[in-house]
Design a protein around this ligand. Structure first.
Ligand SMILES: [Zn+2]
Length: 220
C-alpha cells in the first residue's frame, strides 16, 4: 500500500506498508530520494549507497502503540576524491535514538504534567529507565533554551528520581501554564544559582512555602 495520508511526525514520509501485529500498529516508512549536499566537500549527490532498516518507537496512532520501520537511505558522494557515505536528512529521529522526536516530545509533556516516572512509563508502554533518561535530557535542553524567565514564575517540586536525586524542581509559567525548566534537584543552592542567572526579570514567584525554596528566592 502506498499512502499519502499525513500522520503526526510523518508528514514528509511515504508509508509503504501498514499493518497490525502483536498489538502494535506497524508502519514502514521512507523518504523521497532527493539530491543532498555532501557534508564533507559540499558536492551535490543523488547516488544511493545503501539502506538500513531502523526500528523506532512512535506516538500512539489511532490509540495504538506504534512502531516505525524506517528505511533509512545512505547516499554516497559523487566526487571521486571524496566518496563520503552519509545518511539522508530526516526530522523523524535523531542519531542513535530508538524513539522518534514526536514520541519524545509527547513523553516530555506528559512527564511534566504527570505524577511520576512509573505512571508515564506505563502509559507510553516503555520502561521507567527510558522515561528517566528523557527527563534528564529535557532538563538539560530546556535549561539551555531558557535565557530569561518571565516576570511571574511558579516553583514546584517534582518527584522524579532523576540521576539519583529523588526530587527535582520545576520552574513554570503559571499564566501560560507551561513548564519552563527543570532543575536537577531541590537544593537551595541549585535554585539560587539558577535564579541569579536567569531570573533578572522575575517579580512574582508562586510557590509552596518550602523553607528551602523561600530562602533561595530571598537570597537570589
Ligand atoms: Zn563529498
Amino acid at each position: 500500500m502506498h499512502s499519502n495520508i499525513s500522520l503526526p511526525g510523518l508528514e514528509a514520509f511515504i508509508i509503504t506498508k501498514s499493518f497490525e501485529r502483536d498489538g502494535y500498529y506497524q508502519l514502514h516508512v521512507e523518504l523521497k530520494r532527493e539530491p543532498h549536499h555532501c557534508p564533507c566537500c559540499g558536492q551535490i549527490t543523488n547516488r544511493v549507497h545503501d539502506y538500513r532498516l531502523q526500528k523506532i518507537k512512535h506516538n500512539h496512532l489511532f490509540s495504538r502503540s506504534t512502531l516505525l520501520f524506517y528505511r533509512k537511505r545512505r547516499y554516497v558522494c559523487v566526487n571521486d576524491e571524496c566518496k563520503k557515505r552519509f545518511y539522508e536528512k530526516n526530522t523523524l529521529v535523531e542519531r542513535y535514538q530508538r524513539q522518534s522526536r514526536e514520541f519524545n516530545q509527547a513523553m516530555s509533556l506528559e512527564l511534566i504534567g504527570g505524577k511520576n516516572f512509573k505512571d508515564v512509563a506505563s502509559r507510553f508502554d516503555t520502561s521507567p529507565t527510558t522515561v528517566m533518561r528523557r527527563f534528564d535530557q529535557i532538563g538539560l535542553s530546556m535549561l539551555q533554551e531558557t535565557k530569561q524567565l518571565p516576570e511571574v514564575i511558579a516553583i514546584d517540586e517534582y518527584k522524579g528520581d532523576a540521576g539519583g536525586e529523588k526530587y527535582q524542581t520545576v520552574i513554570a509559567d503559571p499564566i501560560d501554564r507551561k513548564p519552563l525548566d527543570i532543575l536537577k534537584d531541590r537544593k537551595k543552592e541549585t535554585l539560587k544559582a539558577y535564579l541569579r542567572k536567569h531570573g533578572g526579570n522575575v517579580k512574582v514567584v508562586v510557590m509552596d512555602m518550602s523553607p528551602s525554596f523561600k530562602a533561595a528566592v530571598d537570597q537570589a
